[in-house]
Design a protein around this ligand. Structure first.
Ligand SMILES: [Zn+2]
Length: 245
C-alpha cells in the first residue's frame, strides 16, 4: 500500500486520540463510584430486608399486646360485674362465697395478664430500638448513595466533555487520511487497540521490539510513500526523523 508520508504521520496523531478515547472508555467503565454504588445497592437491599423482618416482629408483639389488653378488659368487666353483685349482697350465702372465690381468681388472672403485657412492652421497646437503628442505617446508606450518584454523574460529565473534545479533534483529522490507509489502521486497531506505531530509534513503539538488521534494511529501503508494517506486531510503522534509520 502506498500513502502520502504526511498522511502516515497523521496516523500517529489519530492513534494518540484513539488511545486517549480508549482510556476514557476504560475510566468510564471502572469509575470507583460504580463499585461503590454496587456495594451500596447490596447494603440497602440487605437493610431493607432487615427492616421488614424487624417490623414484622414489632407487629407481632403489638398484636400480642392488643390480645392481652382485650383479655385484661374482659377480666375487668367480669370482676366489676361480680363486685356489683357482691355489693348488692342479695342471693344465697353460697353464691356470695362463690363470687368472692371467683373475684380472687380473676384478680390473680388480671395480675398475670398485666405481668405478661409488661414483659411484652419491654420486648417491644428493644425491638423498636433495633428498628430505629436499622432505619438510621438505611438513611445513612441512602445519603451515601445519593452522594455517590452525584460524584458519578460529575465524573461522567467530565468524561463526556473530554470524549466530545477528542471526537471533535478526531473527525477533521480522519478526513485528511486516505480511505484505504484508514481502513487498514482501523482493522489493526480493532484487534490490538493500536493500529499505527512510531518507529523510534530502530524500535517499534507498538510492540517495543527492536527491528532486526534485515528488517531495518527493508524499512530503510522502502520508499517514503510505502506503508510499512512491523514484522513482529504487524502494526503500521510510521517513519519520522526520530526513526534512526
Ligand atoms: Zn511492532
Amino acid at each position: 500500500m502506498k500513502a502520502d508520508p504526511e498522511a502516515q504521520r497523521r496516523l500517529l496523531e489519530l492513534q494518540a486520540i484513539d488511545t486517549s478515547l480508549a482510556q476514557l472508555g476504560h475510566r468510564r467503565r471502572n469509575l470507583p463510584e460504580l463499585a461503590e454504588l454496587d456495594r451500596l445497592a447490596r447494603e440497602l437491599s440487605a437493610l431493607e430486608d432487615e427492616r421488614i423482618r424487624v417490623q414484622v416482629s414489632v407487629d407481632d408483639i403489638d398484636r400480642d399486646i392488643a390480645r392481652l389488653e382485650r383479655d385484661i378488659e374482659q377480666v375487668r368487666v367480669r370482676a366489676d360485674k361480680d363486685r356489683t353483685r357482691l355489693d348488692a349482697g342479695t342471693g344465697p350465702a353460697k353464691e356470695l362465697e362463690a363470687l368472692q372465690h371467683e373475684l380472687a381468681t380473676l384478680g390473680r388472672r388480671q395480675s398475670e395478664l398485666e405481668d405478661a403485657e409488661l414483659e411484652l412492652m419491654e420486648q417491644r421497646e428493644q425491638v423498636q430500638a433495633t428498628l430505629d437503628a436499622v432505619a438510621q442505617r438505611l438513611e445513612k446508606a441512602r445519603t451515601e448513595r445519593s452522594d455517590a450518584e452525584q460524584r458519578r454523574d460529575a465524573a461522567l460529565g467530565e468524561l463526556d466533555h473530554d470524549r466530545d473534545e477528542r471526537d471533535g479533534a478526531r473527525a477533521p483529522l480522519v478526513d485528511t487520511i486516505p480511505a484505504d490507509l484508514l481502513a487498514l489502521y482501523e482493522k489493526i486497531r480493532e484487534s490490538t487497540g493500536v493500529g499505527a506505531a512510531l518507529l523510534r530509534s530502530g524500535r517499534c513503539e507498538g510492540c517495543r521490539l527492536e527491528l532486526s538488521g534485515s528488517e531495518r534494511s527493508r524499512v530503510k529501503a522502502a520508499a517514503a510513500d510505502e506503508v510499512v508494517r512491523c514484522d513482529e506486531c504487524r502494526r503500521i510503522l510510521v517513519r519520522t526523523a526520530e526513526s534512526g534509520l
